[in-house]
Design a protein. Sequence first.
Lengths: 141, 553
Amino acid sequence: MEAATARKIRVVVAKPGLDGHDRGAKIIARALRDAGMEVIYTGLHQTPEQIAETVIQEDADAVGLSILSGAHMTLVPKVVELLRAQGVEDVLVTVGGTIPAEDIPELKELGVAAVFTPGAPTDEIVDFIREGAAERHAQGA
Amino acid sequence: MASQPGAKPEQKPRAEVEAAEIEAVEGPAERTTMSGHPIERLYGPETAPADPDATIGRPGEFPFTRGPYESMHRGRLWTMRQFAGFGTVEETNERFHYLLDHGQTGLSTAFDMPTLMGYDSDHVRSLGEVGREGVAVDSLDDMEDLFEGIPLAGVTTSMTINAPAAILLAFYVLVGEKQGVPPTQLGGTIQTDILKEYIAQKEWCFPVEPAMRLVTDMIEWCTENMPRWHPISISGYHIREAGSTAQQELAFTLKDGFTYVERALERGLDVDDFAPRLSFFFNAHIDFFEEIAKYRAARRIWAREMRDTYGAKREESMRLRFHAQTAGVSLTAQQPLNNVVRTSLEALAAVLGGTQSLHTNSFDEALALPTEEAVRVALRTQQIIAFESGAPNTPDPLGGSWFVEKLTDEMEAAAYDYFARIDELGGMVEAIRRNFPQREIADAAFRYQREVDERKRIVVGVNDFAAEDEVPTPILRIDPALERKQTDRLAATRGRRDAAAVETTLGELKRAASGDANLMPPILEAARARATEGEMVAALQEVFGTYTESPVF
C-alpha cells in the first residue's frame, strides 16, 4: 500500500526496570520527535510486559530501551521474548545505556538491532532508526 | 550610503575593527560556561563588587561567601567519603573495611534500586536489579551485617536513600543500639531529599504530600533524638546529573531547602533547633570557575534567606555546609583513563569552593560499577589534592578574583530569577506538579547534547581526539548468583522472625499513618520486629497511595 511509505515512523522509547536515569531517554525521544517521528515515551519504571504491550498497541516500528542500571541482561531478553510470543518479529529493537562491550554480542544474538553506549551521537541513533523503520515500511508493515 | 565602485570603502568604527581583529586571533568572541552563561573577554576592577564587606566578608562570618568556617581546610580537611555499595551486605562490608584501611574517613552507602524504591529483593519488580547499583538491604538483619566490625561510635555514615529513608534510618539506629551506641551519639547523614526525586532522580514510593510529611517527621524526630545526625542532605547532585545547568542546580536545590524549612516551621519547630543539622550535596562539574562560583553563591544566599526570611538567630543555622561529588556525567566511556584528570579538576573545584566532604568518582564508572583499583585511584586523587597540591593552605584562595566574584554575583542573580518564577507558580511543590523544574532540566540537557553533537563543545575522546583503538578496561561484574544469595537471606529472616509481632507492628504503622502522629516510633518498632523494608513501604502505601509521573521531554 502506498500510504505505508508516507506513514510517520512510530517509536516507543522505554525505561525498563527501576532505574530513574531518564536524561538519555528524554534526549533521544526529543531528537526523534524533532526528526519528524511519532514518539511514545513510556515514562519510568516499566515492566517488560508493559513495554511489550505499548509496542504492540502503538503499532510501533521501533522500540528503544534505555537502561543504566546494569539489569539489561535480565530486562532486554524479557522484552524481546514477550514481543516474539505475541508474534511481533519485525519491530526494530535498540538498546541504549551503560552496556559493557562484552554484553553487546549476546544482546545482538537475541535480536537487538543496535546497542548505543555513552557518547553515541544523537544523529547516528536517529539515522539508524529512520533506516530500520523505512525497511519495515518497505516490507509493508 | 552605497559605496561607488572603486571608491574607498566606508571606514568601520574602530571598536568593530578591533573586535574583528581580536576574533581573527582568538576565535569566537562569544564564550560561555558549559551552562551557557556568557563570559567576558576580561574582568577587572570595574566589575568588582560595590560593597565587598557585605557580600564577600571573611571566612566563617556572615554571609559565609568565603566559607562556613574561619580556618576552613587549614583547620580541618574535608571528609574523604567514597560512596560504596554493591551485591549483598557481605561484599559491601568488605569494601567498607577496605576503604577505611586505605585512609578514608567516613562511610557512604549506596543502595540498590529495589531498596531505593521500597521493594524487597524477592519482589517481582526487583528481578535483575538486586545488588546491581548498590547494596541490597531488606531488613535489620542486613543492616547489622553491613556494619559488622565497624564501631558506629567511631565513624560517620552517609546513606543515600530518599523515599524510604525513615526505614533505613530506623535500621541504622537499631544497629547502634545493638552495639551499645545510643542515637544521640550516632553521626552521619541520610539523604531524605524527596523533592529532588520528583525533579530529577525519580526514585519514589509515595505521592508528594505524604512523602513530605514523612520527611518532616524524620527532621522532627532527629531534632529531638539525634543531635549529631543530619536528617536531610538537600541535593543538587542528581538535578545536575539529569542535565541541568549550574544555575538550575543552585536554584532548585536551595528552593527545595527553603521548602523543607517552611514545612518544619509549620510543624512548630524552632528554626535554630533544626536548621544547623540541614546539609547540602552539590555536583562538582567540569567547568571549573562556574562551579566555584556556585558554591560561594549558595552559601551567601542560604545565609541571607535563613536570617532574613526564616528568622534564624544562630550562625549555625545560616552556615551552609555541603558534600560534593564529582560529575558522573562528565566521565566518558572512551579512553577512560582521561576520567582521572576530569575528576581531579572537579575535585579541586569543590575543594577551592570550600566543600566539607567529597566523593571522587572512579575512572571506569561510565562503563560499570568501579573496580577496587579504580576506587583507590579516586581516593588517592583526593589525598594528592589534600597533601601535595597546597590547595588547603588558605581559605577561599580565589576570593577577590574579579572573575570569580563577578561569576558568584551572577550565579546568585540567576538563582533569584528562578526563585521568583517558582514562587509565581505557587512554590516548589506546585512547580514540580506542573513539571516546571523537570522541563527546564530536560531543555538544558537537550541543548547541551546538541552542542556536543554539533561539536560546539568538545568532549575529549568523544567528539574530538578519538583514539583509533580503544584498550578494553577491566570492569566489575556483579555475579548474578548474588541475587539468589540475597533472596535466600531474606527468606531466612522471614523464617525465623516472630510473624505475629511483624503483623502487629505493621498494623500500628498503618494506624499511625492514617493519623498525624510522628511515624518514626512505629517504624522503629516494625524494624525491631524484623519487618522488611518492602513490607513497611507497602503498609504505608495502603494509606498514602503511590506516585506516577506524567513525563515531559
